[in-house]
Design a protein around this ligand. Structure first.
Ligand code: SF4
Length: 356
């Protein structure tokens, strides 16, 4: 059974543009991320692991390390193997082979392949420019830093490009209540922070900011220097106040469905554990082990008491029986369950994890 011993809080040295949005929504998530040395306490989805392969491949294509189909196939297999080896080490072997656990694995691979030799057409205006992939920038005070996927410079013009392997847009409501599709706010803010990092290092703002998705769709992000500067200062203030809270041990958490649903530090978050005592919309449960049943087929059911509520968790593997038995009457939390049609009844999935 997994356990959270003492949480070793540490100051956060710097904030990255890709982390800013999440930190703004719940700074405690960043605090836990730092405290656990950026090691998640729960498995991410198979898609997210595959996303790291896609992004790495894009990086290699941009750097010119992957130039043809032969290179591509060899490197792709190597990247998949490397991620699968890591999954094995972390005990997340249920995602292996990734190919079997990813929807549209083949389509995504084909789309990725289309990025080969595609750079010159990406920006006709600056097609003769200097290309720099994975370019690291940090602010003068070192409080904000991050890697820009692709920087293209031509004379005084510069374009910052970020690649996204997932969905770039979301539906939003305009003032008249009409729904339209727009680039996610977190991506806009990320690119505007890159623009400021670029300014701090070169003395000028980039000419354009662009997102490119797996299907090579391009999304221009409009910006003004003043809004970029505003976000830059906001990010620094957020980092400073978060560190002050770490030193004082007075944390600011924002437990909501949107923030917590995919937070990988839920097992260590007392605010979240408090929330699920009364909010049953999540796929996690917490309570004292009231009863344990092992069936002939080897499956185990555990009954957890939480206040007035009794949760049933079915289909746990037989090897969990002993450790659950050793923890009778003690409080445990079970994550990544599937809700059954009957209220307060859940089933274990292959990503289910138990924390004492
Ligand atoms: S579980 Fe929710 S409240 Fe807790 S750190 Fe994660 S996002 Fe924040």
């Amino acid at each position: 059974m997994n356990r959270i011993e003492q949480i070793n809080y540490k100051e956060i040295k710097r904030i990255s543009p890709s982390q800013f949005f999440s930190m703004k929504n719940c700074s405690y998530k960043s605090v836990l991320n730092e405290a656990f040395d950026k090691q998640p306490l729960l498995p991410i989805s198979a898609n997210a692991y595959f996303g790291t392969v896609l992004h790495k491949m894009l990086e290699l294509i941009l750097k010119g390390s992957v130039r043809n189909e032969g290179d591509f196939n060899k490197m792709f297999d190597e990247q998949i193997k490397s991620v699968e080896d890591k999954l094995q080490m972390q005990g997340f072997e249920f995602f292996i082979p990734l190919q079997k656990n990813i929807k549209d694995f083949g389509i995504k691979k084909v789309l990725l392949k289309k990025h080969l030799r595609s750079l010159p057409e990406q920006s006709p205006k600056i097609s003769d420019g200097k290309y720099q992939a994975e370019k690291w920038f940090e602010s003068k005070d070192k409080l904000i830093a991050g890697k820009i996927d692709m920087l293209i410079e031509f004379g005084q013009d510069a374009e910052i490009i970020d690649f996204k392997t997932g969905t770039v847009t979301q539906d939003v409501l305009d003032d008249s209540g009409e729904i339209f599709s727009d680039v996610k706010e977190e991506y806009k803010e990320q690119l505007k922070l890159y623009a400021c990092l670029y300014f701090e290092n070169t003395g000028r703002f980039p000419t354009s900011l662009r997102l490119i998705d797996l299907a090579k769709q391009k999304f221009i992000i409009s910006f003004s220097p003043s809004e970029c500067n505003f976000l830059f200062e906001e990010a620094k203030r957020l980092l400073q106040s978060t560190n002050e809270n770490i030193n004082k041990r007075t944390f600011v958490a924002n437990p909501t469905e949107a923030n917590c649903k995919y937070c990988l530090y839920r097992p260590a978050c007392s605010y979240y554990l408090k929330l699920i005592e009364t909010d049953y919309s999540f796929n996690d449960v917490s309570g004292s082990i009231k009863k344990l049943v092992k069936y002939e087929n080897g499956h185990v059911s555990v009954f957890l008491q939480n206040g007035e509520k009794l949760f049933t968790v079915n289909n746990l593997p037989s090897e969990k029986y002993e450790e659950l038995n050793d923890n009778r009457s003690k409080k445990i939390s079970i994550y990544n369950l599937r809700k059954e049609a009957t209220e307060f009844v859940y089933s274990a999935t292959k990503t289910t994890m138990i924390y004492a």
